[in-house]
Write a protein that binds this ligand. Structure first.
Ligand SMILES: [Zn+2]
Length: 308
C-alpha cells in the first residue's frame, strides 16, 4: 500500500531525485531595461546578460522583464596553467588514482563566467538516532548488521556479563537533537549545467565579490542563465536538506529519523569564473570544473559525458 501524503506536504525522502523543473514561457521580444538595447533571449532563457551594457535581465511570470539589482561577480585570479595544475593534483588525489593526470589526454580548457544564484539558506533539522560503541559495534562485527530482536537481546545480555567480568562499558545512547546550519548555497543558473552544481556545501568566496561589470570578464564568455530565482530557492532547499542529513549522520551511528526545515532568503546573482577542463582517460571523456576565483576544483565527473 502506498503512503498517502496530503498535497503540498511531501514526505521527506532523501532518496528522491532532484526535481526537474520546466523552463518558464518566453516573451516574444525583449529590451534591456537598463540601456534599451534589444535582448536576444534564446528559448527557455530566464536570465539574459545585455551584450551592450552587461545588465542582467530576468524574465518573471507573464514575461515581465526586470533588471536584477543584486548582481555581482568574482574575478578570475588564476590562469589556465594554474587551473590545469589544480585539476591535475585533484585527479591524482587518492591511492587509486595515481598518475591519472599523466596518463590522460588533455582536451579543451575553457574559461567561462557562469551565473549562480547564491541563496542564503538556513536549515533546522530535528533528528533521532543512536550512538554507541559497545553493543552496536559488537553487533556489526558479529553479524554484519543483520540481526533479529531476540539475538540482539542475547548479545545485550552477553555484553552485560562482559561488563561485570572485564569492566567493559558497552552502551548505546539515544540521541535526539536539533542542528541548525546556515550557508550561502550556490545554485547554477544554467539548466544544462546542473552537473556542474557544486555540492556538499561548497561556498564561493563572497568576500571577494564586486559589482558585476562585463568588462572585467577579460573577454571570456559571460553566460546567460535559464533558471529563475524562485527555482533556485527551491533547489537550494533541496541542497540544504542533503547537507543537514549528512551532518546528522556524523553525529549518530544510526540515523533513525530526520525532519528538515529549510528557510531560503532572497538571493543574489553571481557570475563566477569557471575553468572547464576536458580530458580523456582510457578513451573516456571527462571534465573538471575549477573555481577560477578560489583556484579550487569545484566538481569533476568520472562517467563519460562531454558537454561541448
Ligand atoms: Zn543593456
Amino acid at each position: 500500500m502506498q503512503a498517502q501524503v496530503a498535497p503540498g506536504q511531501q514526505a521527506y525522502n532523501p532518496q528522491a531525485p532532484v526535481q526537474q523543473i520546466a523552463p518558464p514561457p518566453m516573451p516574444q521580444s525583449l529590451k534591456c531595461n537598463s540601456c534599451g538595447a534589444p535582448l536576444k533571449p534564446s528559448a527557455g532563457l530566464a536570465l539574459v546578460v545585455c551584450a551592450y551594457c552587461g545588465a542582467a535581465t530576468t524574465i518573471g511570470a507573464g514575461g515581465a522583464a526586470q533588471v536584477i539589482q543584486k548582481h555581482f561577480m568574482l574575478a578570475s585570479t588564476i590562469g589556465q596553467e594554474q587551473a590545469l595544475t589544480a585539476g591535475g593534483q585533484w585527479l591524482n588525489k587518492g591511492l587509486l588514482r595515481r598518475k591519472v593526470a599523466e596518463t590522460s589526454d588533455l582536451g579543451n580548457t575553457v574559461l567561462k563566467f557562469v551565473p549562480y544564484w547564491v541563496v542564503p539558506t538556513t536549515v533546522v533539522a530535528d533528528y533521532q538516532g543512536t550512538r554507541g560503541t559497545g553493543v552496536a559495534q559488537m553487533r556489526s562485527e558479529t553479524t554484519g548488521g543483520k540481526i533479529l530482536g531476540g539475538a540482539l537481546f542475547a548479545l545485550n545480555a552477553a555484553a552485560m556479563a562482559n561488563q561485570k567480568n572485564r569492566n567493559v562499558q558497552p552502551q548505546v545512547t539515544r540521541v535526539r537533537d536539533r542542528i541548525q546550519i546556515s550557508k550561502n548555497i550556490p545554485v547554477v543558473a544554467v539548466r544544462g549545467y546542473t552537473k556542474y552544481q557544486p555540492e556538499g556545501g561548497y561556498e564561493f568566496n563572497e568576500a571577494a565579490k564586486v559589482n558585476f561589470d562585463k568588462r572585467q570578464s577579460g573577454g571570456a564568455e559571460v553566460m546567460d542563465g535559464d533558471v529563475t530565482e524562485a527555482e533556485a530557492k527551491q533547489l537550494a532547499g533541496g541542497q540544504a536538506q542533503k547537507i543537514a542529513e549528512r551532518e546528522a549522520k556524523k553525529r549518530v551511528d544510526s540515523l533513525e529519523s530526520i525532519q528538515v526545515y529549510p528557510t531560503m532568503a532572497d538571493g543574489e546573482l553571481l557570475h563566477v569564473p569557471v575553468f572547464f577542463v576536458e580530458y580523456a582517460h582510457k578513451g573516456k571523456a571527462m571534465f573538471i570544473a575549477i573555481d577560477g576565483n578560489a583556484g579550487h576544483v569545484m566538481n569533476g565527473e568520472r562517467p563519460a559525458v562531454a558537454l561541448w
